[in-house]
Design a binder for this molecule. Structure first.
Ligand SMILES: Cc1ncc(COP(=O)(O)O)c(C=O)c1O
Length: 488
């Protein structure tokens, strides 16, 4: 039976399939699609059907045929998608559930101007030193390849982490620490030992964009608590929620919150603990940016202010300071220690041993503190340079945060202009930013964007900020704003 007789739309099924693979990043921009012959064999389709499907993808603007070379992907993965069958390359809104995926993908795309992910430029990281430690481990320490590590993590790394945390005033003995695959996995463990599906968890709003899908996947209900750049999470709103509704945990980023940069005052940290004690909820503290302060002293974690019996789980990682690709983080909570180890055992057994030992090697010889000193100076400069550039190029009425640590700027666009539109147009011009949409369940931050300052300032970045500014000024809302002035 000829496949056309099975269904007149088989070519469209194949085209849709390939489109989904392109948009979800299975085939990247510039990559060659499998040949017509291979597609015929794999899909059990006739030559005519496959050729028609490729033609359909061309019409959708997704691929281009290059004579004697094959068919190549034209668009960049999930960020933009041409409208179906029209042949036009107008973009349609990005499905928000794909933002996290798309974003991680884009952080590795060196052709994009990197104002999007809070990922540091390679030149700010001690890559050679880490490589040397890794090479030595691979040549001398067969365990890193041939053994599982303990579920609680490599003891040498836990010792190093313990020393740093105790110096911050935390009770973090070697046995209180569980090493995880990044802070994400630390928070996932913290959530799994403090909540059950169906329960309520409070989060800051706006919040770190990967947290919301994680909580949804854990079957939790999320209540968003307003968080401002000036004071951080609104404790009155949290107290009011606590009197109305039982919730299991609140997830907070007291130090240089992502995206607002807020840093909670000590009084507010203490008030948060008092509230947690009174209403019996767990505080899950996310402190991935705490070491990146611009002032004289590191703000101490909420976990350093606890009293006997308080239920605080402290999560952090080396992703924002050292090596995001190694995916090494940790969760600390003496009271919940056994549950955390059990959860880690059933989660991944243990974090990768090689990665843990590379970080331990770096921490052990004091290199980390020296590295952090240099990094903080660089980030302070980068944040200042970006802020100045925004002031030069963004329209009047733009509001920009001025964080005292970290490397994100949270920007409110004037005249309610759309962050998502700016994100999409910027992306087509090779500039990555993040739209405010990504930081809440609904579109309440539709007129915001987040810009990351993880790269040393350069003409290229200056040009990118200038382009972003000109895209805004060209928008209809902005024209409407200036027109009355022009008439006078
Ligand atoms: C506030 C916050 N927490 C956690 C993470 C994730 O950290 P990790 O890469 O260690 O999983 C990020 C990453 O951007 C973040 O901004």
């Amino acid at each position: 039976m000829n496949d056309a007789s099975r269904s007149p739309f088989l070519f469209r099924v194949l085209a849709d399939d390939l489109e989904a693979m392109i948009l979800r990043g299975a085939y990247r921009a510039g990559e060659r699609l499998p040949s017509v012959r291979v597609l015929c064999a794999e899909r059990q389709l006739s030559l005519g059907t496959v050729v028609q499907a490729i033609g359909e993808l061309e019409a959708r603007g997704l691929v281009e045929a290059r004579p004697r070379s094959g068919t190549f992907v034209k668009v960049r993965n999930v960020f933009t998608a041409p409208t179906s069958s029209s042949g036009s390359t107008r973009s349609r809104p990005v499905p928000l559930q794909h933002l996290v995926e798309a974003f991680v993908e884009a952080s590795g795309d060196k052709t994009l101007i990197p104002l999007g992910g809070t990922v540091l430029a390679q030149e700010l990281l001690p890559v050679r030193h880490l490589q040397r430690i890794g090479r030595e481990l691979l040549s001398k320490d067969q365990d890193v390849l041939c053994k599982y590590g303990p579920p609680s993590g490599d003891v040498e790394l836990r010792r190093c982490v313990s020393k740093r945390l105790v110096a911050l005033g935390m009770r973090a003995l070697v046995d209180d620490i569980v090493i995880t695959s990044g802070a994400m996995s630390a928070m996932r463990l913290a959530i799994s030992v403090t909540t059950r599906p169906g329960e309520v968890v409070a989060v800051e709003s706006p919040t770190f964009f990967a947290l919301l899908p994680m909580l949804r996947d854990a079957g939790l209900r999320v209540v968003e608590i307003a968080t401002s750049a000036r004071v951080g999470i609104d404790l009155d709103a949290l107290a009011s929620l606590a009197t109305r509704k039982a919730f299991s945990a609140v997830i907070v980023t007291p130090n240089f919150h992502n995206p607002t940069g807020a840093c909670l005052s000590k009084e507010r940290r203490l008030a948060l603990l008092t509230l947690a004690r009174r209403h019996r909820f767990t505080v899950i503290e996310d402190d991935v940016y705490g070491d990146l302060y611009f002032g004289d002293r590191r703000p101490s974690p909420v976990a350093a202010l606890v009293k006997e019996g308080d239920d605080v789980l402290y999560c952090s990682s080396f992703s924002k300071t050292l090596a995001p690709g190694l995916r090494v983080g940790f969760v600390v909570g003496a009271r919940r220690r056994d549950d955390l180890v059990r959860a880690q055992r059933s989660n991944t057994i243990s974090a990768p041993l090689l990665n843990q030992r590379i970080i331990a090697g770096f921490l052990r010889d004091g290199a980390y503190e020296r590295h952090l000193r240099r990094l903080r100076t660089a980030l302070r400069r980068q944040v200042a340079a970006t802020t100045q550039s925004l002031a030069r190029h963004f329209p009047k009425g733009t509001q920009v945060t001025s964080p005292t640590g970290g490397f994100a700027l949270w920007i409110r666009l004037p005249d309610k202009q759309s962050g998502l539109s700016l994100y999409e147009t910027a992306f087509q011009r090779g500039i990555a930013i993040l739209p405010g949409h990504a930081f809440a369940i609904d579109d309440r931050y539709a007129d915001h964007i987040r810009i990351s300052c993880g790269h040393p300032w350069s003409q290229r970045l200056e040009g990118a900020v200038q382009t972003l500014g000109s895209l805004l000024e060209a928008s209809p809302a902005s024209r409407a704003r200036v027109r009355p002035k022009a008439r006078t």
